[in-house]
Design a protein around this ligand. Structure first.
Ligand code: F0G
Length: 371
């Protein structure tokens, strides 16, 4: 059957009005790739999978939330959407607004957006506003403006976003036949870890404790389909690690610009996901994040953006340190595609390309030098 996107696939588990038309681009149904070389390299006898969300239509997991948020906004008669973004949300908002025939306004931090994301927002013709500030400043402005103007906020404070993003957990359970033992995620604004936990809760056994969470966010359709839930591990960049500090970080800084966030909006939900699941937060230096990005590309052929690699940096360290048990199953979400941030990738590339004359002998010499 022709796959149109996650709304039609999971409509009975999404609280959209029955007559809401899906604004869809075939998002979701992303591959769950089992790592083959890295587990062997590190002597891990369990299984490590990556959920490659970089293969969504705009190259990140944001499409899952955006299809639902924009469909709901359009159904409600909204003509314009707005978001603050470190880049991926703006790319998704721009694309789904174009698809829906709506106007999108995106606020992004000047000079701190990866090139691919800037290109995506630009080509769509949405209104790009660069602010002299960071994501948290943009978020504050968006919240204020949306109270004063008839415009729908599509950041993850919009509950439809988390509803859409929870479907990634559904897909993982369908593929594995159960939830993994551990689920590792990069944490920025903290919406995604909250959404996954929502998805796992809805599919798994009833939670022993009710979360202090608004009903529209959680527990829409509780039909249990598996009998376990994962331990949730939230990984942050050390320069932007408010969950490790226990308070907002005023001037967040990291090469992983997607998660350069100091005041996460879904703070309580993410705390609840981690504590209820028996999980933890941890932080990683930029060098560790970049090393994990390169390791994935060079040992497994999977190219994700720096922020995404934080999940793998975390999983590998926690396996090594024994926090993640031997023999267990681990899923790491790779939130965005490597091509989003070509500048960082090129800077990490192994070496400058060899340049030779267009002659067989010259190429052969170059091959022999490398063999
Ligand atoms: N990874 C990538 C590639 C992201 O773009 C983001 C967030 C995250 C991880 C963190 O997810 O915020 O749900 O904890 N990007 C947002 C944006 C903030 O504007 O694109 P989170």
């Amino acid at each position: 059957m022709h796959y149109t996107g996650l709304i039609e696939r999971y409509r009975e588990r999404l609280p959209l009005p029955a007559d809401a038309q899906a604004v869809a681009l075939g998002e979701g149904r992303t591959p769950l790739i089992e790592l083959q070389n890295i587990p062997r390299d590190i002597g891990f006898d369990g299984r490590i999978y990556v959920k490659f969300e970089g293969l969504n239509p705009t190259g990140s997991f944001k499409d899952r939330g955006m299809t639902v948020a924009v469909s709901a906004a359009k159904h409600a008669g909204s003509k314009a959407i707005i978001c603050a973004s470190t880049g991926n949300t703006s790319a998704a908002a721009a694309a789904y607004a174009a698809r829906a025939g709506m106007t999108a306004f995106v606020l992004i931090p000047e000079g701190k957006i990866a090139l691919g994301k800037l290109a995506q927002a630009g080509i769509s013709g949405c209104e790009v506003i660069q602010i002299r500030g960071n994501f948290d400043d943009g978020m504050r402005i968006v919240r204020g403006l949306s109270d004063a103007m008839p415009i729908t906020v599509v950041n993850s404070i919009n509950p439809w976003r988390l509803q859409g993003q929870k479907t990634a957990a559904f897909e993982i359970i369908e593929e594995l036949g159960r939830a993994p033992d551990y689920h590792c995620l990069p944490v920025g604004n903290a919406g995604n870890i909250s959404a996954y936990w929502m998805g796992y809760r809805e599919m798994g056994p009833k939670a022993p404790v009710e979360l202090p969470i608004a009903p529209e966010h959680f527990d829409y359709a509780r039909t249990q389909v598996c009998d376990n839930r994962p331990i949730m591990c939230g990984y942050q960049a050390a320069g932007a690690a408010p969950f490790l500090r226990g308070e907002p970080v005023l001037a967040p800084e990291t090469i992983a610009t997607a998660i350069r966030i100091g005041a996460p909006q879904s703070w309580d939900y993410a705390q609840a996901a981690v504590s209820e699941s028996g999980g933890w937060f941890a932080e990683f230096a930029d060098e560790d994040i970049l090393a994990a990005q390169k390791l994935l590309a060079s040992r497994e052929g999977v190219f994700c953006e720096p922020a995404s690699a934080t999940s793998v940096a975390g999983a590998l360290r926690d396996i090594r340190q024994g926090h993640i048990r031997p023999g267990s199953s681990v899923v790491c979400t790779l939130t965005g595609h490597g091509l989003k941030d070509p500048d960082v990738a090129i800077r990490q590339a192994a070496a400058d390309p060899t340049v030779v004359d267009a002659e067989p002998a010259a190429v052969e010499k170059a091959l022999q030098a490398a063999l």
